[in-house]
Design a protein around this ligand. Structure first.
Ligand code: GDP
Length: 202
C-alpha cells in the first residue's frame, strides 16, 4: 500500500463520539513507551503524525487518523503507566473496553510488544482479555534493532509459546524496527487485504 495522505481527525473520550463507522478501522495499543507513536509515524510516513515521547500516560484519549481517505488508524492510550491514579486507570479501562467491544467498524487491533523483553504479564493479561471479548488482534513486536536478531527471535518465540498455553490458534505477528524501517510493508499489506474484505462485505 502506498500512503498518499495521513491526517489527524479527532480525539474522543467516548467511543460513541468517534467518527461515523463507515470506513475500516485499525487500532494500535501497547504499554507506555513500547514505541507506538514511532510505529504509527513509520506506517504513515510522517514523522510528526503521532506525538513521540510526550508525557507518558498524558494522552488518555481515542485518537483518530484517516489514511488515504480510505481507512481509520486509531492511536489508543497505552497501558501500564505506573504514575496514573486508580481512578484514571479505571476510566482508561472503561473507555478502552467500550471502544474495543462496541466499535462496529473495528477490523483489527495491533497489540504492540517490546521485543527486548521476555513475556510480560501485563501484555499477556491484556491479550487474554481481548480473547474473552472476542476482539480480533495480532501482535507487533517493536524495537527489533535494539537486540541481536537471535535475541529478538528468542523473545518473539517465547511470547508465542506462552500464548500457546492458553490459545488454540496463534495470532499473526509482525517484527518491526522504526530505526531500520522494517516491518512496515508487511503491516500495510495486511491492512490492504483486510480493507478489501471490509469492502466486500460492506
Ligand atoms: P510510545 O510511548 O509507545 O508512543 O513510544 P514512542 O514511539 O514515543 O517510543 C518510545 C521510545 O522508544 C522513544 O525514545 C523512541 O525513539 C524509541 N523507539 C521507538 N521505536 C523504536 C525502534 O524501533 N527502535 C529503537 N531503537 N528505538 C525505538
Amino acid at each position: 500500500m502506498i500512503i498518499k495522505s495521513a491526517e489527524y481527525l479527532i480525539s474522543n473520550a467516548e467511543w460513541d463520539k468517534c467518527p461515523k463507522p463507515i470506513l475500516p478501522e485499525y487500532a494500535f495499543i501497547g504499554r507506555s513507551n513500547v514505541g507506538k507513536s514511532s510505529l504509527i509515524n513509520m506506517l504513515a510516513n510522517n514523522e510528526k503524525l503521532a506525538k513521540t515521547s510526550g508525557t507518558p500516560g498524558k494522552t488518555q484519549l481515542i485518537n483518530h487518523f484517516i489514511i488515504n481517505q480510505a481507512w481509520y488508524l486509531v492511536d489508543l492510550p497505552g497501558y501500564g503507566f505506573a504514575k496514573v491514579s486508580q481512578s484514571q486507570r479505571r476510566r482508561w479501562e472503561q473507555m478502552i473496553e467500550n471502544y474495543l467491544r462496541k466499535r462496529e467498524n473495528l477490523v483489527n487491533v495491533f497489540v504492540l510488544i517490546d521485543s527486548r523483553h521476555t513475556p510480560q504479564k501485563l501484555d499477556l493479561d491484556f491479550i487474554n482479555q481481548l480473547g474473552e471479548w472476542q476482539v480480533p488482534f495480532n501482535l507487533v513486536f517493536t524495537k527489533a534493532d535494539k537486540n541481536t536478531q537471535v535475541e529478538t527471535s528468542r523473545n518473539v518465540k517465547a511470547f508465542l509459546n506462552r500464548l500457546k498455553e492458553d490459545w488454540e490458534f496463534l495470532p499473526a505477528h509482525f517484527v518491526t524496527s522504526t530505526v531500520k524501517k522494517s516491518g512496515r510493508d508487511a503491516i500495510l499489506t495486511f491492512i490492504d487485504e483486510m480493507n478489501a474484505q471490509f469492502r466486500a462485505i460492506a
